[in-house]
Every structure is written in C-alpha cells, then in structure tokens.
Design a protein around this ligand. Structure first.
Ligand SMILES: NC(=O)c1ccc[n+]([C@@H]2O[C@H](COP(=O)([O-])OP(=O)(O)OC[C@H]3O[C@@H](n4cnc5c(N)ncnc54)[C@H](OP(=O)(O)O)[C@@H]3O)[C@@H](O)[C@H]2O)c1
Length: 282
C-alpha cells in the first residue's frame, strides 16, 4: 500500500468524488480542493494546493457546456489558462500532473474512432477552452498525462442517466437522440484507472483516450437502462436537431482506447458492464 500524497482539484465534482473514495481505499493520502474554498484561477491557492504532494490530479473544470457559449472568458480562464499555470507550478515543484480532458476537443466528423494522433477541432467554447488547457499544459513542459474521457456518469453528478430517469418519471413517452455515438463511461472505472496510473513504475506523459469498450447511441443507452431498471416508458429515437442547444455536440465521440489499454495492461470493461456496475452500486 502506497502512502503517497495526491492533490485532487475539483474533488467534489462527479469524477472527483469517486476518485477520492478510490484513492483513499487504495491507501493514498489525499488533499482535496474545490469551489467555494478553492478557486483554480487563483495562482497562490493553486500553488498552496500542490505544495508537498507527490502527484496532482486535475478534475476541476467549467463543465456547463451550454452556458460556456455565453461565458467564454470564464470558461477559458478555468479550463485553459489555469491549467497552463498548473503546469508551470508543477514543473517548478517537480510534481507529475494528471489532467482530465474531453472528447469535445473533436468535431465528431470522422467516421472511425478518434486516436490521440487525430487533430482536434472543437465545435464549442467548452471544447476550445479544454483544448487550450491541454495545449498550455503540454507547453509548460511539466510531466503531464492528459486523460480524455467522454460520456461520463457517476453517482455524484447530474448526467445523462439521472436526466433520462427524471424524464421517465414524469412522462409516459420520451424521445432520445440516436445520432450521437459514443461510449458511456462510469466515473468509478475512470477513478480506478487513474489510481492504476499512479501505481505504474514510470509516470506516463502525453495524451490518452479513455472510455468503455463498445459504442452506442444515447437512444440505445436509454433503452438498455430502462430495461435493466424495469422502467416502463415508451421511448422513440430522434435526431439532435429536435433538441436545439446553444453548444454544438460532436456526433461521433468514438475513442480508440488501445493506447491506454496497452499502458494499463488490460481491456477496459464494455459500456454495458459499466452500466450494470453503476446500477448494482446505486
Ligand atoms: N461529465 C462528462 O460527461 C465529461 C465528459 C468529458 C470530460 N469531462 C471532464 O471530466 C472532468 C471532471 O468533470 P466532472 O464530470 O466531474 O464535472 P463536475 O461534476 O462539474 O466537476 C467539476 C468540478 O470542478 C469544480 N470547479 C468549477 N470551477 C472551478 C474553479 N474555478 N476552481 C475550482 N474548482 C472548480 C466544480 O465546482 P462547481 O460544481 O461548484 O462548479 C466541480 O466540483 C472535467 O475535466 C471535465 O471537463 C466530463
């Protein structure tokens, strides 16, 4: 059991709260930071949060994708420039960084799964602010590992699963988009893999794609969930155009995860296995 100290930024968010539990139960010491007591845009708070730690994991982010469209300055500050500053401090203090990013750095126009070598082309302010953070972190020359995740859900956050269950409770028929394709990914599984990265002999740097195995649409995912939970509601497929939103979403969010599977030395669970585990834990 390791007794290394890990700084978790955004520790009370959906991913951060599962990560806290995973690291604690694996014997790590953790130092947790989040709004309102900690603001990643405050450089001195950021430096204080990292002092004396062996690693920092950044889960803090401006994640309201639609609101970001009219709040570009703040989104860039939180998701972009602060991540660059984090890199500068990490370089100075010689602390390796794991930073969480997103499939929204891509435009989703590619047919096949995205690899780490594909060129990002964000469709939204959120996506471009996250890409800015990735680039500034890489430019900082810190030991940085960027994990891009997608379609995440967990017990401590509002996400597609909680929203769709709320809809099903209040309506007897619902429409769900079937033209966005990706891999629903449980934050517990992300947390376990972040823990496993900390345990590697050599800290991996660069970009890694992380998602459940297999691809599905939001519609198929909702159908699977309702069947598993015994929720009886009529469900119909529709296109994203029927739900106009301020921010554009990529239609193809498929990730090629072979690079991280090689790093971890194991296959990642399928999206159905992850969803079954989420339901079992709920
Ligand atoms: N959810 C997804 O589907 C998804 C998909 C791809 C990538 N990601 C990435 O996954 C990572 C974790 O996100 P999540 O899903 O856990 O979202 P989340 O629940 O919104 O967590 C983000 C956390 O960061 C905090 N935060 C926001 N602004 C901050 C600031 N200025 N200083 C310090 N903390 C701040 C938030 O606090 P408040 O709640 O008080 O704002 C929240 O606790 C993020 O990097 C996100 O971009 C998420």
């Amino acid at each position: 059991m390791s007794k290394e100290t890990i700084t978790i930024l955004g520790a009370n968010g959906m991913l951060g709260s599962d990560l806290q539990q995973t690291l604690l139960s694996s014997g790590f010491d953790i130092k947790c930071y989040d709004l309102p007591d900690f603001d990643i845009t405050d450089t001195s708070q950021l430096e204080d949060s990292m002092q004396g730690s062996d690693f920092v994991i950044n889960c803090a982010a401006y994640t309201n994708v639609d609101k970001a469209e009219s709040d570009e300055i703040v989104a860039n500050e939180v998701n972009g420039y602060s991540v660059g500053k984090l890199g500068g401090i990490a370089k100075k203090l010689k602390i390796p960084v794991i930073h969480i990013s997103t499939d929204f750095v891509f435009d989703g126009k590619k047919e096949s799964p995205y690899t780490e070598l594909d060129k990002p082309a964000p469709l939204s302010i959120y996506g471009s602010s996250k890409l800015l953070g990735e680039n500034l972190l890489l430019d900082s020359d810190a030991d940085a590992c960027i994990i891009r995740v997608e379609w995440t859900y967990g017990k401590d956050g509002a996400n597609f699963i909680t929203k769709i269950q709320d809809f099903a409770r209040t309506r007897n028929q619902i429409k769900v988009v079937n033209d966005q394709i990706g891999s629903p990914t449980h934050t517990v599984e992300v947390s376990k893999s972040l823990r496993d990265i900390l345990l590697l002999k050599q800290f991996p740097t660069g970009i890694y794609h992380f998602a459940a195995n297999g691809y599905t649409s939001r519609f198929e995912m909702a159908k699977y969930l309702f069947e598993k939970l015994g929720i009886e509601v009529k469900i119909f497929p529709c296109s994203s155009d029927e739900f106009p939103a301020p921010a554009k979403r990529p239609l193809n969010s498929k990730f090629d995860c072979s690079k991280i599977e090689k790093l971890l030395g194991r296959k990642l669970p399928t999206w159905q296995e992850m969803l079954d585990e989420y339901i079992r834990l709920a």
